[in-house]
Design a protein around this ligand. Structure first.
Ligand code: ADP
Ligand code: MG
Length: 704
């Protein structure tokens, strides 16, 4: 059949249309399906249901008044403005506009009857409202409070209000608001008299005026409770579902061989494992022996010895004839892990004709080619590298174990890509994620509900606790004396300058300037400088000088944040400590205190022009001085900052909780967590509807 040429209209309809400003704005807010609009709840309300008489008004009232315009003119002092006067029969009120259009002037013509709304200010010259919202008087008053929604540029409030009304109606008629939590479950959660979702939403979108604003702020209201339950349940159900889906996948069962690498590695270690290291190693070995993919988070404070636990897991994998990859966030860390693991494993690998391969972005083309060949042939039993490991060109022969160090530094997509390196449908590699930022219990119960967690809760013996001092940067001289003293004793020192987010250049000049100052303070001494803009080869060279002990003092931006291990370093100075987050400070501090020598961390703060520290900064520095315990730090950080920090990449895909609060609602979360498996078992259909309602297309992000 001859193909007909499409008409111009049909062709236009086929072409993807560019998105309108409104569509883009809706995208930004994640508003697509009717249910998304229905769940977009007001951030506050305005009361347009009443008219206030000026004689009853109080200074500061947010009110609506109505009356006749008695004058309207443009004044020029102190600056150009439109000033109209409205008289409501009890008093007059000035309406002032600093920006105005001719149309407004026309609307406010003398004799017009106007309804004006805004913040009433009483003063020497009587009542006034600056920039009131005005409309013609006379229309019927609304019967519910007016919702105000969070919005973005290009999306007027009035449009959004209509879209929400519409979305709510469509959600309801399409059945998207159907009850998905049966009464038996509600009573198990302790909410037998709970509102249903439809009631809760219409209450929150269009509250009747007899509800006080205080009732909305109090999140214990049944409408709010219902939304919290819905949200927490959706989160628990979707995580459980993805866990069940993963459990249905296959992974190679990895078992340590008698007399194999695992045993040999244990025998050659220069130290005995701590009890905690033994315990977590057993948990991991147990997981690896299963045909179900491991999904385990190994958490342990900085310096608790996670690397060796990872190496032992790798040894089991190699024993079973499979390949393991260790992915780390920075080149420096990759290099350091590689060196350590080569020393430990290469002698054991050699008789088996196996190798440890190294893969980073800064390799030469030749090195890269060699590494890729080793990996593809299967001879590289362990591959250590940065995210270079997940590039398409990297092909494994028999990949079975993925280890991700400092897991929160990687994105969801990167972790998914690593797992995809095992190219067999229905199969997944075992996954071990490591972190030094322990996840507080409430978070572990919610965002990480699908994860098994192993915890190293003990440091290797012989460590002396780090002494932390908080000092104003006006006392730098004292710090320099202290540095001189440490160096005289043969120790090494880190000096960290903060990253200034807005400007990489500033960040650099800051570190360079400090380097300069210290060079002047210690004439003739070799002082290193390390920052993010240096070419990798230069970074490597500096790091090598410091590791070998030739360089005593290293000035650095936060590139040293994770993982570097120089046991002879005994003093850490952090400049502008007030700009760092709590976990970051703790990680940095963990770079010292790795040997037997007494170590110290000096937190230098600057109060800048204001002359005082902010409350949050103060709380952080105080916490640092008071405790060395990573778990305590994590708990305080959650309190000070909220969950964002811990979730890292997870938050980019999964909406953070909008209604529930992990600290406030911990008890509710616990009850919901305990009923979620029951719902999946007995009401699978409803559970699926519930997840779809809340998660839509976002579910995938939760799986990584
Ligand atoms: P992290 O958990 O921060 O990654 P590392 O794995 O880098 O810690 O270990 C920190 C230091 O402790 C390393 O120098 C490592 O060799 C050493 N170490 C690890 N386990 C033990 C142990 N059981 N006894 C003594 N030293 C240990
Ligand atoms: Mg580490």
């Amino acid at each position: 059949m001859p193909r007909k040429k499409p008409t111009p209209e049909a062709a236009a309809a086929l072409k993807p249309q560019p998105k309108s400003a409104v569509e883009k704005a809706l995208d930004k807010l994640g508003l697509h399906r009717p249910i998304d609009f229905a769940l977009h709840l007001p951030i506050r309300y305005e009361d347009e249901t009443k008219i206030k008489k000026l004689e009853d008004a109080l200074d500061g009232d947010n009110a609506q008044i109505e009356g006749e315009i008695t004058s309207c003119e443009i004044a020029y002092r102190p600056r150009r403005q439109l000033v109209a006067v409205l008289n409501d029969g009890t008093d007059s009120c000035q309406l002032r506009f600093f920006n105005f259009y001719p149309s407004q002037q026309k609307q406010l013509a003398v004799g017009a009857r106007i309804r004006a709304r805004g913040e009433l200010r009483g003063g020497m010259f009587g009542w006034q409202i600056v920039h009131p919202v005005c409309k013609a008087a006379g229309s019927a008053l609304p019967t519910s409070l007016t919702p105000v929604y969070s919005t973005v540029a290009g999306l007027p409030q009035a449009y959004l209000r209509k879209a929400v009304v519409n979305g709510l109606a469509r959600a309801e008629s399409s059945g998207a608001l159907r009850e998905t939590i049966c009464s038996e479950i509600l009573s198990k959660i302790g909410q037998s008299a709970a509102w249903n979702l439809r009631e809760a939403l219409s209450f929150l979108h269009y509250p009747s005026p007899d509800v006080t604003l205080a009732q909305f702020e109090d999140h214990t209201h049944p409408a709010w409770q219902r939304l919290k339950i819905e949200e927490l349940l959706a989160q628990q159900l979707s995580q459980l579902t993805s866990k069940m889906e993963r459990d249905a996948l296959l992974a190679p069962s990895l078992k340590a061989q008698k007399g194999g690498l695992h045993e040999k590695l244990l025998a050659t270690l220069p130290f005995a494992l701590t009890k905690a290291q033994q315990r977590v190693s057993e948990e991991i070995a147990q997981d690896l022996s299963q045909t179900r993919p491991m999904h385990r988070l190994l958490q342990g404070d900085v310096g608790s010895g996670k690397t060796i636990v990872a190496a032992l897991a790798a040894a089991i994998c190699v024993d079973a004839g499979q390949q393991c990859a260790l992915m780390v966030p920075t080149e420096i860390l990759a290099e350091q892990h590689f060196r350590k693991l080569v020393v430990l494993l290469e002698p054991l690998f050699e008789p088996l004709n196996l190798k440890v391969a190294w893969l980073t972005g800064s390799q030469t083309a030749k090195q890269r080619r060699e590494a890729l060949a080793l990996i593809e042939s299967g001879q590289a039993a362990l591959v250590v590298g940065t995210h270079a490991i997940i590039q398409d060109k990297v092909i494994f022969k028999n990949f079975a174990l993925a280890i991700v160090d400092e897991q929160h530094r990687f994105g969801v997509a990167q972790r998914l890509a690593l797992r995809a390196k095992m190219n067999a449908p229905g199969h997944e590699p075992h996954l071990l994620m490591m972190t030094a930022t322990p996840i507080p219990r409430t978070l572990a119960m919610s965002y990480y509900a699908d994860l098994n967690v192993s915890t190293i809760d003990e440091l290797p013996p012989g460590r002396t606790p780090i002494l932390t001092k908080v000092l104003s940067d006006s006392r730098k001289d004292q710090v320099i004396e202290r540095i001189a003293d440490q160096i005289k004793r043969g120790r090494q020192v880190y000096w960290v300058c903060p990253l200034i987010e807005e400007s990489e250049m500033l960040d650099l000049s800051n570190a360079t300037q400090t380097h300069q100052e210290l060079t002047e303070a210690f004439p003739g001494m070799l002082i290193g400088l390390l920052h993010s803009r240096m070419p990798p080869a230069e970074k490597k060279a500096v790091m090598q000088l410091f590791t070998s002990g030739e360089m005593k003092l290293l000035v650095s931006t936060t590139v040293i944040e994770v993982g570097v291990d120089v046991p002879n370093a005994s003093l850490m100075v952090i400049e502008h400590a007030e700009r760092f987050g709590l976990s970051q400070l703790h990680q940095l501090r963990g770079r010292v205190g790795r040997g037997a020598a007494a170590s110290a961390c000096v937190l230098l703060y600057s109060t800048g022009e204001s002359g005082r520290l902010g409350d949050t900064a103060k709380a952080r520095l105080k916490a640092m001085a008071e405790t060395n315990d990573g778990f305590e730090i994590a708990r305080l950080d959650l309190e000070i900052r909220g969950p964002g920090e811990f979730l890292g990449a997870r938050q980019s895909g999964a909406a953070l909780l909008r209604f529930a609060d992990l600290l406030e609602d911990a008890a509710l979360l616990e009850r919901i967590r305990s009923v979620a498996p029951l719902i999946l078992r007995d009401h699978a259909e409803l559970a699926a509807q519930h997840i779809e309602r809340w998660m839509g297309g976002k579910v995938d992000f939760l799986k990584a």
